[in-house]
Design a protein around this ligand. Structure first.
Ligand SMILES: [Cu+2]
Length: 150
């Protein structure tokens, strides 16, 4: 009897080990496919400010850091994460009417919000972005989102 019990228990043990290894392999596979997503969003961060008496958007970080009303340059087919931070305490929003994209009104110094959107392959072009609060576009809060092939 004893040899059979030993055989059985070693068989069970090896089954458990095998199933654990299988689970581990599946987990690794999921992690791998997660990191290989091609649509990693392009992130643009803007903050509102008053510079030389003009209301403006100022780029934060990356190529647009410190640039007033920066051109936001992105390739067609890309996902975009656009973040706006209020740095002057005056309510602002951001609209890109030709792409039907709107960042909701942000009030209060330090408030921040963002939107995610994707640009289709056929959306190559130049699109205005601006603040829709009365008078702000005229006061300087306007720039361009430029969708261009690399
Ligand atoms: Cu504004």
């Amino acid at each position: 009897m004893k040899p059979i019990v030993t055989l059985l228990s070693s068989l069970i043990f090896s089954l458990i080990v095998t199933s654990c290894k299988l689970q581990q392999a599946e987990t690794e596979l999921i992690i791998d496919s997660g990191t290989s997503i091609s649509h990693v969003p392009v992130e643009f961060s803007l903050q509102t400010s008053i510079i030389d008496g003009r209301m403006v958007f100022v780029g934060v970080g990356g190529e647009i850091d410190g640039v007033i009303n920066p051109d936001l340059i992105v390739q067609p087919g890309k996902a975009v994460h656009l973040i706006i931070t209020n740095k002057d305490g005056i309510p602002h929003d951001l609209l890109i009417p030709d792409l039907n994209i709107q960042v909701p009104l942000i009030s209060g110094n330090g408030a921040t919000t963002g939107v995610n959107f994707a640009l289709r392959e056929n959306q190559v072009g130049t699109y205005s972005y601006f603040c829709t609060v009365s008078g702000h576009r005229q006061a300087g809060m306007e720039g361009k989102l430029i969708v261009v092939e690399p």
